[in-house]
Design a protein around this ligand. Structure first.
Ligand code: NDP
Ligand code: 2IT
Length: 450
């Protein structure tokens, strides 16, 4: 098969070497395969990247920090959790990425998220490298005081690795404005510096930027609008199913409804609510944000159906937006979506669609918006927050929203044009991977053997 065959073989060998090195890290290896298996056309153009071992270098984090987080609950009982920060890649800027507090957190999950973050951040066009962190701490049912004590203990160890030019965390699952406040407060005490730009997602009253809270969900809606625009179509009149009911899901629903779409369902880990007339987003906000309750209460209050015995993806819709967690949309879900005539799936969450499911969607002619592009609005507005902090200036809601719309338009264009340039027209996943990987690799090579 000549040169092409041997390059494909080399790529396969590299991937199996990475698999051996990271045995058992299921989610991380899934993310690596998902990116690297789309890179053949780029490696044909840049064959010397194989000898430069750029794939092996990018898949090995620059630094991995694992630490003990001891804390006391309200009854005085002592708990020990495990904290993580994976500083993955700083070719394009300081490490940037969220913190996840969820009992499922382990090194594989933090590494998959950090790996994805490298390319996502590259796509934003901002000067930010990739990182991710978190803990297996379960915030569910914990009091404000317990959350504060946990955050203080977590930051007491992590602070030495952070800084506005070094590593800048933000939120993710289980980490929102409240947690960011406690984390920032503890950093300020220990470092004796009011260093606003060391964390993003802050309350806009003391250094946060307006729209950061909304940014991931709004950005997802804007990305979907771009996909539809390319088909001479629009959100108005379309039916959506959105999984999750946290930060990303809530603001995706809000913006889609504002743009004329109908969202008929959303969920949490207990099940989903089906409201054919369209989800009442104010009620979801009241239950989930103000009361920290469960989505089931929505069904009780509105008298609509709640299901905990089947997948949310069994519902008929034009567009599906998984916004909860990794691997939540599997092959059989994809088969049902295709059968039901779904035309677009865009990832609000990170890697919610399994590889099998992705292939089923692709073969069923469903357009697919990969997370590293479709949910990049959150981190892009984080970069605007860093900019605002560095310049000691602030932007209005409208200005920031305008910037977010521009950024999402550009990311969509990059994915679409890159896919076409490399012979994968319409395949946004390949476009996103190739564009992101190319930018990071070029920067790494220019900076020497790093
Ligand atoms: P939140 O904690 O605000 O909400 C998470 C939602 O997902 C909740 O409804 C939660 O339900 C559900 N969920 C979480 N874990 C599971 C699980 N294992 N099984 C079933 N449901 C689950 O998090 P976000 O909205 O911030 O994050 C959602 C996704 O979006 C994540 O994949 C995150 O990485 C990604 N993301 C977030 C960004 C941000 O800016 N926040 C930016 C880009 C991506 P329950 O309450 O029952 O646990
Ligand atoms: O997955 C993500 O992009 C985030 N959780 C947001 C990261 C950030 O630094 O704003």
């Amino acid at each position: 098969m000549g040169k092409k065959g041997s390059q494909e073989d080399q790529l396969r060998d590299i991937i199996s070497n990475i698999e051996e090195l990271n045995e058992g890290q299921t989610e991380f290896l899934q993310a690596v395969r998902e990116v690297y298996n789309t890179l053949n056309p780029l490696l044909e153009e840049e064959p010397e990247w194989i000898n430069k071992k750029i794939l092996q270098r990018i898949s090995e984090p620059e630094r991995q920090i694992i630490f003990r987080v001891p804390w006391q609950d309200d009854d005085g009982e002592i708990h020990i959790n495990r904290g993580y920060r994976v500083e993955f890649n700083s070719a394009l800027g300081p490490y940037k990425g969220g913190l996840r507090f969820h009992p499922s957190v382990n090194l594989s999950i933090i590494k998959f998220l950090g790996f994805e973050q490298i390319f996502k951040n590259a796509l934003t066009g901002k000067q930010i490298g990739g990182g991710k962190g978190g803990s297996d701490f379960n915030p569910k049912g914990r009091s404000d005081d317990e959350i504060m004590r946990f955050c203080q203990s977590f930051m007491t160890e992590l602070y030495r690795h952070l800084g506005e030019n070094r590593d800048i965390p933000a939120g993710d699952i289980g980490v929102g404005t409240r947690e960011i406040g406690y984390l920032f407060g503890q950093y300020k005490r220990i470092a004796n510096r009011y260093e606003s730009g060391m964390i993003t997602g802050k309350d806009p009253q003391w250094g946060g930027t307006l729209v950061r809270n909304e940014a991931t969900g709004y950005g997802l809606a804007y990305f979907v609008r771009e996909i539809l625009n390319e088909q001479d179509d629009e959100i108005d009149g379309k039916t959506f199913v959105v999984s999750g009911s946290g930060n990303v899901a809530i603001y995706a629903i809000e913006k889609i409804e504002e743009l004329g779409g109908t969202v008929i369902a959303c969920s949490d880990s207990d099940g989903f609510v089906h409201d054919k007339d369209g989800i009442d987003i104010d009620l979801v906000k009241k239950i989930k944000q103000e009361e920290r309750g469960r989505i089931k209460e929505y069904a009780e209050e509105k008298g609509v159906d709640f299901h905990d015995d089947k997948s949310i993806w069994t519902l008929e819709c034009n567009i599906a937006l998984p916004c909860a967690t990794q691997n939540e949309l599997q092959k059989e879900d994809a088969e049902t979506l295709v059968k039901n005539g779904c035309k677009i799936v865009a990832e609000g969450a990170n890697m919610p669609v399994t590889h099998d499911a992705y292939e089923t969607l692709r073969d069923g002619d469903v357009l697919f918006g990969p997370g590293k592009a479709a949910n990049a609005g959150g981190v892009a507005v984080s970069a605007l927050e860093m900019h605002q902090n560095a310049s000691m200036d602030s932007m209005t809601f409208e200005e920031t929203d305008e910037r977010l719309q521009e950024i999402m338009k550009t990311i969509h264009k990059t994915c679409s044009e890159t896919a076409e340039e490399y012979g994968r027209k319409g395949d946004y996943a390949s476009g996103a991977n190739i564009a992101g990987f190319k930018k990071v690799s070029r920067a790494m090579i220019a900076q020497g053997l790093i």
